[in-house]
Design a protein around this ligand. Sequence first.
Ligand SMILES: [Zn+2]
Length: 264
Amino acid sequence: MKKPNTLFNYIGLFVLFTTLYSCASYNLYTPRYDQRLGDKMKREIESAPLKYPILIEKENQRIYDYVNGIVDTLLNTGLIQYKNEFAWEVKLLDDAEVLNAFVTPGGYIYVYTGLIKYLDSEDQLAGVLAHEIAHADLRHASRQMSQKNSLSTVLLVAGGATGTDLLADIGASLVSLKFSRSFEKEADRMAIRLLCATDYQADGLAGFFEKLESNGNNRLPAFLSTHPNPGKRVEKIKKSAADLNCQGTETNRRTYQRMKRWLQ
Ligand SMILES: [Zn+2]
């Protein structure tokens, strides 16, 4: 009587799936899966230099050290759940026209030089980095995949597929790095908590969004195409910083301006 058992397994999994689906934070994947998917995406990115022109680290050590210093400050706040499990590696993408930054699952962070040049001060860059770190640490990509692929993935697992099969099935390039508005809101909130635990002015992230919005009718900055505005973003970020009574005032504006000149 194998068939009914299988059917009951499916029904059981379906019930599990529908229960989990009602909980926004459910994730069908393990943190290890996030890391492996990130490793795979990193390899894809590094094998496509025309699409992703990585700024050579050896020739730009000062600027890499500077950005890594900010990332380390954020990682050392004691608030990162996967600090030791994920890679937390930064690469700069050499394109002065692109105002964007993104992160893969497992913590590979990419920042376009266009965004670095566009920003005015270190707290703004720290805000963007905190936001990217938050997306990876909150495991938004795999949670998003869990929501989209949930039923088919559950059935695949029920049919005997292993995590490795799934990894092979889901091409890394198919993973969307565009997040939902609710994940954007969550990443903004965590970013503020991270910034609040440092000496940085915690609403530096709001400063960045204000600057983007003041661009008005110019082209839509790429950042907003992959990180859609969840609504009243600047207000909410400022309110979070005020609610948390964040004390930091550091902007390092002059150091930041000096650093930008290293890029030219
Ligand atoms: Zn985002």
